[in-house]
Design a binder for this molecule. Sequence first.
Ligand code: DOR
Length: 430
Amino acid sequence: MPGKNNILLKNGHVVDPLNDVDSVSDVLILDGKISKVSKDIVHENEDIEVIDVSGKVVVPGLIDCHVHLREPGYEAKETIETGSRAAARGGFTTIMCEPNTNPPIDNVEQVETLMKKVKERSLVNIYTKACITKGSKGETLTNMERLASNSSVVAFSDDGNPVLKKDLMEEALRVAAQKHKPLSPHCEDSASLSVRDISKAKLGFLPGELFENEANYILRDIGSARSTGCHIHFSHVSLKESVEHIRKGKSQANITCETTPHHLLLDRDYVDNDGERPNMNPPLRSKDDVESIKKGLSEGVIDAIASDHAPHTLDDKKAGSPGVIGLETTLGLVITKLVNPGIISLKDAILKMSTNPAKIFRVSGGSLLPGTPADVTIIDMNKEWIVDVNNFESKSRNSPFDGWKLKGQAVMTIVAGRIVMRDGNIIASS
Ligand code: DOR
């Protein structure tokens, strides 16, 4: 009977961008850690499960750096348990959740409570972002020093409420820089914090229509990143102009950014299988913007792909709640629509879905380096499947990709040497 967390993956096509591996190899996992990556590993120890993965791709566990788990407060939409099962099903070994829960994650006690539940209920590694301002209200900074000292906190963000006051944003950036944590702002004029009540001097630019100011926030924050030395990671970039600011800004400041599958693949004219126009923040943009986002991704301006998994109940969606789910579709969409047509290479896809998110948020994973926890995803590039929201592990069904035919899917998810998903089935309990 194979021992716990000892696995030998035989003859897979290993893609590990950090270690520049892109060839057929074996991967040996001992005691939950990567032990060796090389051809023809022979291991006589009987205490090992040997799995033939020839014809499959073996990559460092996928990392989604933008996920809404909804717990605490909105458990009808998603929970730590169901969100983590959806992550494992989609091939993600690590996810980072947003702090817009109820109450919001704006103090260390909240983080500790959340992480206690994570330990009890999650199949995958979970980190969290913490609020920049108390209650995400844009008025008073949270105790960022204390929050930053908690190893589960990877970044600060007020999620859909951008910090409108430039001087407060700069104060936050100074604290974050000292603590070596990134700020991860959403660059949008939110409906709940009226941008019109604020002067140009305080905001840094003129208030505009909802969601039309993304590029202005980005420009403002690049200037602040430069003057404070803080690393800013821009969430879900969606406009051509934003990509151009970030392209230029990268030589001046420590900035990175992500985009989502929906902003890469859908434009504002898209109508889903139910005849609906999907509603999310930021909204779907023009065809020209979509092309620029793709170009930004393939040219390396956009560092990461994140799902912005935003579960909602059917009733909440009917009432207009913005957001789409993505943990169970992101990998298939990226392979089918970006890798297979040659827009990015498979290696680049893994860079943006594993290696870069690990580096940006300074978490373990993102490579198959010996000695590190064995977080590994195995992908069948030839698996053809149809997105069916009714089969999802997520509690929610709000995917604009329902019914899409995809080719490429995760067939095994291994977290710290433990197989949590095999052939689409969750086989471990939390
Ligand atoms: O569409 C969205 N919904 N975008 C976000 O950034 C937040 C999310 C949510 O919380 O539902």
